[in-house]
Write a protein that binds this ligand. Structure first.
Ligand code: FES
Ligand code: FE2
Length: 385
């Protein structure tokens, strides 16, 4: 299929994994497609925005733009985490900037004032405005869901909470909800967010891209016998993929040659069977977690538009490791290690973004090690309708 064909053929994307090809390049870095993706996927599904510890106390808040929709996340006076529109009801300035702690939000433009719950709380020089109804001047609000310490927002306003109890059963030993995040490592990525997201979903690229860091930890040839069926997906050897096709989440596990536990650092104790496991959890569309016994890596894709997202690599650790001064060396070591790994990814992702704009590109075939990407693509096509 050529890049300039008007209607990409999706038959091969929907085919069984052993026959499947990647999404056509029209789905990447394309403003028209992004608009469709935004209205059918991004604005209708639960999008991760942050962690509980960012709004631990009453009045704590942080701002985030979701596909250019300004949002402020805040813990209000009733101890409830809220997602409010960060757009003033007067003339649309932002009522909150960055992050911090406040008693109320005061718009910097003309000083309209809002409670932490978003209710209107007063405005100067409005007494001559007739029929000015304060109750109608509160900040807009979006549904919020908390899962394992992560805060999700849904822009559709009619969303049902995601049921992730099946995933909880697998990851309970890692105590994710109690972990705390270290200062993230930030990258500006001028390309389609799916390029970055798909990269963290597969470990096919580990031996090549990560040869100098973690490439040798995982033996990808230990999983050459791929088998899958609708309800359970399994890749042979010691690697196991579980949870089936058609679900909005994936649980994947890969085994290292050795234990991944670093002795002497604060971490929740995991059963022996998980000591050498790296667990991938992907809740579509935009949360991916790489969970190990020492720490969890959460690459947060903050999506702007078809050709821009910010990638924040968060490292979540045991609260003692996050807070105690004596572990500052370990914290720095973890950050440097994660940064080294992802500095290896970045140049390749840049090349992929460029290659996908080539007029000569046709979608390639998938390896069985790209199972999660295949599930992501088939899920996405269902959502696009
Ligand atoms: S825009 Fe906020 S007070 Fe005028
Ligand atoms: Fe990578």
């Amino acid at each position: 299929m050529k890049r300039n064909s008007k209607f990409p053929d999706l038959t091969s994307v929907k085919a069984p994994l052993s026959e499947a090809s990647f999404l056509p390049s029209e789905y990447y870095g394309n403003d028209m497609h992004f608009l469709r993706e935004k209205t059918t996927i991004l604005q209708r599904n639960w999008i991760v925005v942050g962690r509980w510890e960012q709004v631990e106390n009453t009045g704590d808040y942080f701002t985030i733009d979701l596909f250019e929709e300004p949002i402020v996340i805040v813990r209000d006076q009733n101890n409830t985490v809220k997602a409010l529109s960060n757009v003033c009801r007067h003339r649309a300035a932002a009522v909150a900037q960055g992050s911090g702690n406040t008693k109320h939000f005061v718009c910097p433009y003309h000083q309209w004032n809002y409670k932490l719950s978003g209710e209107f709380n007063g405005a100067p020089a409005m007494e001559r405005a007739t029929d000015f109804t304060k109750e109608e001047c509160g900040l807009d609000e979006f549904p919020v869901m908390e899962w394992q310490g992560f805060i999700f927002v849904n822009l559709s306003k009619t969303a049902k909470p995601l049921d992730l109890t099946e995933v909880d059963d697998y990851i309970r030993p890692f105590h994710l909800s109690e972990l705390k995040r270290l200062e993230p490592i930030r990258y500006d990525c001028p390309w389609d967010w799916k390029i970055s997201s798909e990269n963290v979903m597969e470990f096919y690229h580990y031996p090549g891209v990560h040869a100098k860091t973690v490439g040798g930890l995982f033996d990808i040839n230990n999983s050459i016998d791929a088998e899958y069926e609708d309800s359970l997906l399994a890749v042979g050897g010691e690697n196991l993929y579980a949870l089936g096709r058609g679900k909005p989440y994936i649980f994947a596990m890969q085994a290292s040659q050795n234990s991944l536990i670093t002795p002497g650092i604060p971490a929740f104790e995991v059963p022996e069977s998980l000591a050498n496991k790296q667990v991938g959890v992907h809740v579509f569309p935009n949360i991916s977690l790489i969970i190990t016994p020492n720490f969890t890596v959460w690459p947060h894709f903050i999506i702007d538009n078809a050709n821009s997202h910010r990638l924040e690599y968060n490292i979540l650790v045991h609260p003692d490791l996050a807070d105690k001064p004596e572990f500052s060396g370990i914290r720095e070591y973890f950050r440097e290690m994660i940064q080294a790994i992802h500095d290896e990814d970045m140049p390749v992702l840049k090349q992929v973004a460029k290659g996908l704009k080539s007029a000569n590109h046709t979608p390639g075939r998938l390896s069985h090690l790209e199972l999660v990407i295949w599930l992501f693509h088939t899920w996405m096509l269902e959502e696009l309708g």
